[in-house]
Every structure is written in C-alpha cells, then in structure tokens.
Design a binder for this molecule. Structure first.
Ligand SMILES: Cc1cc2nc3c(=O)[nH]c(=O)nc-3n(C[C@H](O)[C@H](O)[C@H](O)COP(=O)(O)O)c2cc1C
Length: 313
C-alpha cells in the first residue's frame, strides 16, 4: 500500500510537510493544498513560498490546482513543471461555499458537459501528467456513473476518490458502494480517501479492494502524525511541534499567526491525550505565545497518551 498525505489548506503547508517528513517517515507522497491560478499569471509571495522547487526537499510532493479556466490552469501546470514537479493534481472536490459558488472544486461536478470540455482541453495540452481528486457529486450522487465515464476518456494519472457528496462536507459515512464503482474496471489507478485514522483502517480498504494500491489520509495523520512511522511518541511529537512553531514564527513574522496555525493542528492532535479538556480549553483561549507553548508542553509531557487518537472532529 502507498500512503499519501491529503492536502489540507491551513495545515499541510510547505513548512509542515518538510518537518513532518523529517520527524515521521512513511508518507509516499504529500499532496499540497490547492493553488488557485488567476488571470494575472504571477505567483504571490506566499504562493511562491508554498511551491518550493521539487528538488529542494527529499520527499515527493504533488502540487494541487483549483480552477475552471483552462488557460490559467495550463499556465500553472507549466509553472509546476518549471519547478521540477512530475505530476499535478486537480481539485474536483473542495466543498467550500465560496469555491462552489464560482463553479470550482466540487462545483465542477454539477455541469458534466463543462467538466468534459475542461478535462478535454487540459489533457490535450498539459505538460505534466495530471491526477484528479474528486467527490462523487454535489447534492446527490446520481451523476456519479456519468462523471466516471468522463474521467475514463482521459489519461488520468491517478483518480483519488473521496466518496462523499459536496453537501456532506467532511461528515458522516463514506459511500463505499460509490467507491467500488470507481474501482471496477478502472483504466487508471484509483486511490481511496476518507476517514482513515489507523493502519488497520487502510488495511481494511486493501482487503475490500485488492486493486487499490494507495490510500490518502488527512485528518487522521494530523491527529496521529506518527501513524505510518510505528506510532507517535512524546519526544518526537514535542521536537516536531517545537520546530514547527519556531519555524512558523519566522515564516509568518508573527507569533500570533504561529499560534493560530498551531491551534489548527491541536484541534486534531488533542484526541491523542486523555483528560485534556481543561488544558485544551485554556490553549484555545490563549493569545500569548509563551503561555501557548507552555500549555502545549504540559499536555505532551504530563497527560496519558492513547494508542490511537480519539476522533473528535
Ligand atoms: C481543514 C481542511 C483543509 C482541506 N484542504 C484541502 C485542499 O486544499 N485540497 C483538497 O483537495 N482537499 C482538502 N481537504 C480535504 C482533504 O484532503 C480530505 O479529502 C478530507 O479531509 C477527507 O480525508 P480524511 O478523512 O482522511 O481527513 C481539506 C480538508 C480539511 C479538513
């Protein structure tokens, strides 16, 4: 089984990926949070920072693009090629209201003729292999078969399926029957994504779908960063989080912004610790960097750790 780190906007940025790979080996590919190309055809300072040269790190990362304008997307694919990447991933799953209302992300699944025309133009001219990350529909999964037929007309490098409709956001059960339909007779590799929070979960996917060779994990890996490296131990977690916070202070030039970013991590991580309610409440309220770090260290050093994180999201 190959393990992919799911793209998570606001969490798995370039700093996070570099440090996660340093402390917790085991991820085969890190998918980057989406980049949204605009007609201006330039990268902002932040976007350039988030798209470092592929050979500047010693792990594999895949840039993800979100957009519906073919020319802008082709321009961005060219930028990714210039940066040395060997694949780009297109986001057909983002459920956010502001994205969907512009007909992007999972919004692209609502007009299958436009989706077909978009993919036709992209695959005709893309200078890199293109993989897709998709949901199974917008308000229902009625069109899922048709969407799959469209994908199957193109040389998709790999299709990652998050088997939920847009309306479900990240909640509830995944539709395993819809996932099975994506796997049956697929001409390209299909990767599973959704609610995997342990190696046992990934093995269960492998047992149910022998043709599936890759699983993409998001929240489960933020909650248990060492899941693929034999478990998360206190010392490694402490070193990882300390270096992550320090680096964010430097990159953002703001301790306040570093705290925001670390709180987004702790939202998932807190489930690793028993009896953490009081300290977690204090941490959430904290706006002082030194106090925030002291609480984080108190949690890591003193609270009993679970073998698997409690799923609290
Ligand atoms: C905070 C957050 C940010 C996300 N950002 C992205 C993104 O930039 N691109 C993307 O394709 N999916 C994004 N996702 C979806 C995840 O990649 C993944 O599909 C989803 O979390 C389900 O997988 P999981 O159950 O393993 O977390 C995001 C999810 C969350 C919760």
């Amino acid at each position: 089984m190959r393990y992919y780190y799911a793209p998570m906007e606001g969490i798995t940025d370039a700093t996070f990926r570099r440090l996660h790979a340093k402390y917790f080996p085991g991820v085969d590919r890190y998918f980057m949070p989406f980049l949204s190309p605009t007609i201006h055809r330039t990268l902002t300072h932040r976007e350039a920072r988030e798209l470092p040269r592929a050979d500047s790190v010693d792990f594999v990362a895949v840039p993800q693009l979100l957009g519906k304008n073919v020319e802008d997307m082709l321009w961005a694919i060219g930028v990714c090629a210039d940066q040395g990447y060997d694949e780009v991933n297109i986001n057909l799953g983002c459920p956010s209201g502001t994205v969907v209302s512009k007909g992007k992300g999972s919004g692209m699944l609502s007009d299958i003729f436009a989706l077909d025309a978009f993919l036709d133009a992209i695959y005709a001219k893309a200078v890199l292999p293109v993989s897709l990350k998709t949901r199974i529909g917008v308000n229902d999964s009625e069109n899922w078969e048709k969407i799959l037929e469209i994908y199957r007309d193109y040389p998709v490098k790999e299709l990652t399926v998050h088997p939920r409709i847009r309306k479900a956001f990240y909640k509830g059960d995944c539709d395993m029957a819809a996932f099975a339909r994506a796997v049956e007779g697929s001409p390209f590799p299909v990767c599973y994504n959704g609610n995997v929070t342990s190696i046992a979960d990934a093995e269960s996917i492998a047992a149910q779908f022998p043709a599936v060779e890759s699983v993409m994990i998001g929240r489960g890996l933020v909650a248990d960063p060492g899941m693929l490296a034999g478990g998360t131990d206190r010392d490694t977690l402490k070193a990882f989080l300390n270096e992550l916070s320090d680096t964010y202070c430097r990159v953002f030039e703001s301790k306040r912004n570093a705290i925001y970013r670390m709180k987004d991590n702790w939202h998932y991580l807190i489930g690793l610790f028993e009896g953490s309610e009081k300290l977690w409440k204090e941490m959430r309220k904290s706006t002082d960097y030194d106090r925030f770090m002291a609480i984080a260290n108190e949690i890591i050093e003193t609270l009993p750790m679970r073998d698997h994180p409690e799923i609290i999201w």
